[in-house]
Design a protein around this ligand. Structure first.
Ligand SMILES: Nc1ncnc2c1ncn2[C@@H]1O[C@H](COP(=O)(O)OP(=O)(O)OP(=O)(O)O)[C@@H](O)[C@H]1O
Ligand SMILES: [Mg+2]
Length: 532
C-alpha cells in the first residue's frame, strides 16, 4: 500500500497499484496540480513535497488507473513564496528586519511547482505471480491530485529503451545524478545501451574540460568488451593510456606509422608540392590519376613515391614535357614528398587489426594540414579494406572533429568522413566524432551521428546544435554547466535511446592521459623554486 501511506492523495478507492507499487515506485515527490496549463495530454505540473527536489530531465511517474501510469520528464520549475515577493522584501529592507517565516515543510504558502512533459505510458499486467511492465505511447492524460513519484530503475530503463543485462550492453553510467562520492553511494549503472547503436555513429560535443574524452574512453572500454577493433585518430595525445590499458598499440605518424601516397587525393598531392611549375603540375596530376585508375582496375594494390617518379618519366614524352622540365618536376616532387615523413609504405591493417584491440595513431605532433592528410588517407585505406571485407568491422574515433569536417569549407578529409557516416551502417564502419566546437562542425555529418552525448556548452554553441538535440529541452541543456562533471544529455533514435535524458558517465576502469594538468603545482615545483 505504499501509494497510500505517504501522501494524502486521491485513489482511496480502487487502490491503484496497491499490489504493484514496489515494482515501479522509488520515492514519492508530490502530486499533480490543476491550473490553467495542467494537466493536459502533453504535460502536467507537480506540487513538490517539502525537501523533494528534481532537476530538468528527471523521469517521474503518476498513476492514471489500477494498472496504467504515465511517465513524464521534468521540464522546468518554479518556487512560490509570497514572503519573498519584491514588496515584502522591500518592506523588510526598509525596516531593517530579518525574514521570519516558517520553512517550506511547515509553511502553508511556500511550495515548489515542477512541470513535466508526458513522454510514455506504462502498463502493468500480471503473468501468473510475476508482474509484467510494458511501455507505449501515452493514451491518457495525468489526473489532477494523483501522486507523483520517482519510478524505479526498471521503469526508467523501459521508458528509455535501455537494456537490463550488463554483459550484453554498453554500460555507460546512470540516470541518477548526484554530486557526492560515487564509490560510497554505490549507485547502480542503469544506462545500458544497445551495442548496435555504434553502427549509427556517435557524436560527443562539449566545451573544453566538460568530460568528452573521459566519456569517449568509457564508451570505448565498453566497445572493447565486444572485441570490435578500435582505431583512434588521436590529435591531442588523450587516449594513449586508454589504448595501452586495453592492450592496444600506439603508433606515431612518421616513425612507425605511414600512409601511402596512393591513399591521398589529387588535390592533396598537388598541395604537397606547391613549388611545381604548371607543366610539372599537369604531369604529376596526370600520372597520379593514371596510377589511381590502375588501382581501381585491379592492376595495382597501391603505389609509392618511386612509382610516381618512374611513371612521370614514362609519361613525359606523350605530354610533351621536355627533359629540363621533367628533371625539375621529378626533383621538386621527390624533395617535397620526402619531407613528409608520414608518407611511405602501406600499413598492414589486416595484421594490425587482427593482433591489436586498439590502434592509437598519435597525431599530436602534426599541424592541421598534416592532420587532415593523415586522417583522410587513413580513413580511405580503412574504408577500402572494409568494403572488400579484408578487415573486420571497426570503430574510428576522431577527436577535434571540427578541424576535420569543418562547417562551410570543403576538403578531401571532410569528404571521406561524410562518406564514412553515410555508408558506415551498411559496412560496419562506426564513426565517433568528438568536438568542443559544434558551431564549427559540418551539421550534415553530425545529423548522421544518431547517438549524441552533449556536455556543457556556451549558449552560441548550444544554438548551433538546435537541429540535432532530439527532444532535449532548453532547460536540460542550459542546466548542464551546473551539473557535476561527467554529466551530459544523451539522445538517440526511438530504437536506441527513446528520449533525451541527462546521464552521469560512469567511472573509467582504465585511467588514462588527458587529465587537466595542475599548472599551479608545476609553477611552484618546477619554475618558482628553481628561480631562487
Ligand atoms: N565522468 C567523469 N567522472 C570523473 N571524472 C571525470 C568525468 N568526466 C570528466 N572527468 C574529469 O574532468 C576532466 C576533464 O575531462 P576531459 O578530459 O574528458 O574533458 P574534455 O571535454 O575532453 O576537454 P578537452 O576539450 O579540453 O579535451 C578530466 O580531468 C577528467 O578526469
Ligand atoms: Mg578531450
Amino acid at each position: 500500500m505504499l501509494f497510500l501511506t505517504n501522501s494524502a492523495i486521491l485513489w482511496t478507492s480502487n487502490s491503484p497499484f496497491s499490489d504493484m507499487d514496489e515494482n515501479i515506485l522509488q520515492e514519492d515527490i508530490g502530486s499533480v496540480v490543476a491550473d490553467e496549463f495542467s494537466p493536459t495530454f502533453d504535460c502536467f505540473r507537480i506540487k513538490a513535497d517539502a525537501n523533494k527536489y528534481v532537476y530538468p530531465g528527471t523521469l517521474v511517474a503518476t498513476p492514471i488507473d489500477k494498472n496504467h501510469f504515465l511517465i513524464g520528464r521534468i521540464k522546468s520549475s518554479l518556487e512560490v513564496n509570497p514572503h519573498e515577493s519584491a514588496s515584502r522584501a522591500k518592506v523588510r529592507e526598509a525596516l531593517d528586519i530579518e525574514p521570519d517565516y516558517p520553512e517550506e515543510k511547515l509553511s502553508t504558502n511556500i511550495y515548489r511547482v515542477y512541470e513535466a512533459d508526458v513522454i510514455e505510458e506504462g502498463i502493468l499486467s500480471k503473468e501468473g505471480e510475476a508482474i509484467k511492465m510494458e511501455v507505449s505511447e501515452p493514451s491518457d492524460m495525468p489526473k489532477a491530485g494523483a501522486r507523483v513519484f520517482i519510478p524505479t530503475e526498471e521503469v526508467v530503463a523501459n521508458a528509455m529503451g535501455f537494456l537490463r543485462e550488463e554483459d550484453k550492453a554498453l554500460v555507460l553510467g546512470r540516470t541518477k545524478i548526484t554530486n557526492g562520492d560515487e564509490d560510497q553511494e554505490n549507485p547502480k549503472n542503469n544506462v545500458l545501451l544497445k551495442p548496435s547503436l555504434i553502427q549509427r555513429h556517435v557524436f560527443v560535443g562539449g566545451t573544453t574540460g566538460s568530460g568528452k574524452s573521459y566519456a569517449t574512453g568509457v564508451i570505448l572500454e565498453e566497445v572493447n568488451k565486444f572485441k570490435i577493433p578500435i582505431i583512434i585518430l588521436d590529435s591531442q595525445n588523450e587516449y594513449i593510456g586508454l589504448a595501452e590499458g586495453l592492450g592496444g598499440v600506439v603508433l606515431k605518424p612518421g616513425d612507425d606509422y605511414k600512409v601511402r601516397l596512393s591513399s591521398l587525393t589529387e588535390g592533396e598531392i598537388l598541395g604537397l608540392v606547391p613549388t611545381l611549375p604548371e607543366v610539372g603540375r599537369n604531369l604529376l596530376a596526370f600520372t597520379f590519376l593514371q596510377l589511381k585508375r590502375e588501382i581501381i582496375r585491379g592492376e595495382r594494390g597501391g603505389f609509392g613515391l618511386d612509382d610516381i617518379l618512374i611513371e612521370m618519366s614514362n609519361n613525359a614524352p606523350s605530354l610533351q614535357v621536355n627533359t629540363n622540365s621533367l628533371q625539375i618536376a621529378l626533383q621538386r616532387t621527390r624533395s617535397s614528398l620526402e619531407r613528409h615523413r608520414f608518407l611511405g609504405d602501406e600499413t598492414n591493417w589486416k595484421d594490425l587489426l587482427r593482433d591489436q584491440p586498439v590502434v592509437n595513431i598519435d597525431c599530436g605532433d602534426l599541424d592541421q594540414h598534416q592532420l587532415q592528410l593523415v586522417i583522410g588517407a587513413t580513413l580511405r585505406e580503412l574504408q577500402h579494406l572494409r568494403k572488400s571485407v579484408e578487415i573486420p568491422p571497426y570503430v574510428a574515433v576522431l577527436d577535434e572533429a571540427h578541424l576535420l569536417v569543418p562547417e562551410g569549407e570543403d576538403s578531401p578529409c571532410k569528404q571521406v568522413i561524410r562518406e564514412g557516416v553515410r555508408i558506415g551502417r551498411h559496412y560496419g564502419i562506426c564513426m565517433f566524432l568528438i568536438t568542443q566546437s559544434p558551431v564549427d562542425i559540418d551539421k550534415k555529418t553530425i545529423r548522421q551521428c544518431n547517438t549524441r552525448f552533449i556536455f556543457a556548452l556556451e549558449p552560441d554553441q548550444l544554438e548551433s546544435i538546435k537541429g540535432v538535440r532530439a527532444d532535449a529541452t532548453e532547460d536540460m541543456l542550459q542546466r548542464l554547466p551546473k551539473m557535476p562533471v561527467g554529466t551530459c544529455i544523451l539522445s538517440g533514435t526511438y530504437e536506441t535511446v527513446k528520449h533525451a535524458i541527462p546521464i552521469k558517465i560512469r567511472k573509467r576502469n582504465i585511467e588514462s592521459g588527458g587529465k587537466t594538468p595542475d599548472i599551479f603545482t608545476e609553477m611552484t615545483e618546477k619554475w618558482i623554486n628553481k628561480k631562487k
